[in-house]
Design a protein around this ligand. Structure first.
Ligand code: SF4
Ligand code: SF4
Length: 462
């Protein structure tokens, strides 16, 4: 990308020309410490993403987000719409988490975790380099007239892009309707699942168009998180920064005038997939991919200067010339992020696989029973969220008495079903010492108490 007027970047995106046309980014291939680290990290990322739908726990997918049917499985545990509060709490915590995380670590998520960046830079971009060559070769190929070589290179690149997009769409759908659900498409006639086929092809085309054509526009225009960051950053936010104190005035070392460490080689601009010049300061297009750090470190190494002219640092640290360190605010926010994560894990781990709700039947008082006893009528909903039938028994705890079923029975609960029961609790009058007597009902599966429900037993006015 050619040098621009110093303030031009403030007026429009670097990837938009003065006439409003898109400028295609031909990013050069970075090499260095962060690129190696990102290669390892993304390999693990792809391994998890593509293999997780194959992992099953007790015959169930390890991870499933079936929005159409309102059925969710996280870490092998089924969650139903009744567990909505966990999702509500999770959403609130996620928003707090994202806000805090961004205040401290800036666009770390965008560069290292966001699927858009990971798939684009660590998969599709690599295919492009592999088939079309370096960024300058790609430029030449684009400008060249159509020839057999151009058709073969462009055609094979788009073919691989389409196959990869199909694979991503296949995996993505496996997270929504399960691997078995998607595999049905290939085992049964096409006419049996037209909607699923349409969904698979639609997602494939969507991913293909995003990674082949739309690219960085997702980050600059579509992604709400990218827009949100402008209001979350402050002077202490960690970001990828150019050390202008050390780098300026930039220029060739051979020039007579004194210069800083930046040799104005434009290597950091050439590798940038967002097409920006990080030396202009923080810009919303930057996705924190670290390519410019590696590019500049390589240059610094060649000219015998210390690495880190472009590095992870806050604006304040660059201004004061100090190194990045974990200050009190970073530590406090990080601790809070840790606590939020633990709360979420506990919430997920403590959710019941067999969930019981018991309440006294509405509009009913107590009933007199033979042998100087009283009864109350109760209704229960027992939700068996597991994928197996379960043997469940209700027991009255801490007080002598009996449970007598009226409708339904608390024996075998059908798998993945809501079981409705009505039952009497019958206790001796001598146990009823006040209008509302507190009672405890244990829910047992296979002789093991899985839940304890507290309710009340209505007696006569004393
Ligand atoms: S400025 Fe650097 S970190 Fe930001 S997108 Fe460009 S290369 Fe990546
Ligand atoms: S790579 Fe480093 S030396 Fe080269 S232009 Fe960028 S900041 Fe300056």
């Amino acid at each position: 990308m050619k040098q621009k007027a110093q303030t031009e970047y403030r007026d429009r995106l670097d990837t938009i020309s003065g006439s409003g046309k898109r400028k295609w980014v031909f990013a050069a291939k970075p090499e260095g410490f962060f690129t190696r680290l990102r290669n390892y990290f993304s390999a693990a990322y792809f391994l998890v993403f593509f293999s997780l739908p194959f992992v099953r726990v007790n015959g169930m997918p390890f991870f499933l987000l079936n929005f159409p049917e309102g059925r969710f499985i996280l870490f092998g545990k089924i969650f139903w719409p009744q567990d909505f509060f966990i999702f509500a709490v999770g959403m609130v915590m996620a928003i707090i988490f994202i806000a805090l995380f961004t205040v401290i670590y800036g666009r770390l998520f965008c560069g290292w975790v966001c699927p858009q960046t990971i798939f684009m830079e660590m998969l599709f971009r690599k295919v492009e380099w592999w088939i079309e060559g370096t960024h300058t070769q790609q430029q030449k190929l684009n400008q060249a007239t159509w020839s057999a070589e151009k058709i073969i290179r462009k055609g094979s690149k788009h073919l691989v892009f389409l196959l990869l997009s199909f694979l991503i769409a296949f995996t993505f759908l496996s997270y929504i309707i399960s691997l078995d659900g998607v595999l049905q498409l290939f085992r049964e006639p096409l006419s049996r699942h037209p909607a699923l086929w349409a969904g698979l092809l639609l997602f494939s085309l969507l991913f293909y168009s995003v990674f082949a054509f739309v690219r960085e526009i997702i980050c600059t225009t579509v992604c709400p998180y990218g827009r949100l960051q402008s209001v979350l950053f402050d002077q202490e936010t960690m970001q990828i920064s150019y050390d202008y104190r050390r780098g300026e005035p930039r220029g060739k070392k051979s020039s007579a005038a004194p210069t800083g460490d930046c040799v104005d080689c434009y290597r950091c601009v050439q590798v940038c997939p967002a097409g920006i010049d990080i030396r202009n300061g923080v810009q919303m297009e930057c996705v924190g991919c670290t390519a410019c750090i590696d590019a500049c470190d390589t240059v610094m190494d060649k000219i015998g200067k210390p690495a880190g002219l472009i590095r992870y640092a806050s604006e304040q640290q660059i201004r004061k010339g100090t190194a990045f360190r974990f200050n009190r605010r970073v530590k406090a926010y990080s601790t809070l992020l840790g606590v939020l994560s633990i709360i979420m894990i506990v919430l997920i781990a403590s959710s019941h696989s067999i969930d019981t709700y018991i309440s006294r039947a509405k509009g009913q008082l107590y009933q007199e029973q033979p042998n100087n006893r009283l009864s109350n009528l109760y209704q229960a909903r027992i939700i068996n969220k597991t994928n197996r039938d379960a043997q469940v028994e209700l027991r009255l705890e801490q007080i002598p008495g009996t449970i007598q079923m009226v409708s339904g029975h608390s024996g075998t609960l059908k798998k993945e079903a809501v079981n409705e029961l009505m039952f009497f609790i019958i206790i001796g009058k001598e146990q009823v010492k006040e209008r509302n007597t507190k009672i405890t009902i244990g829910v047992y599966e296979g002789g093991r108490r899985i839940q304890t429900i507290r309710s009340s037993f209505l007696g006569p006015f004393m």
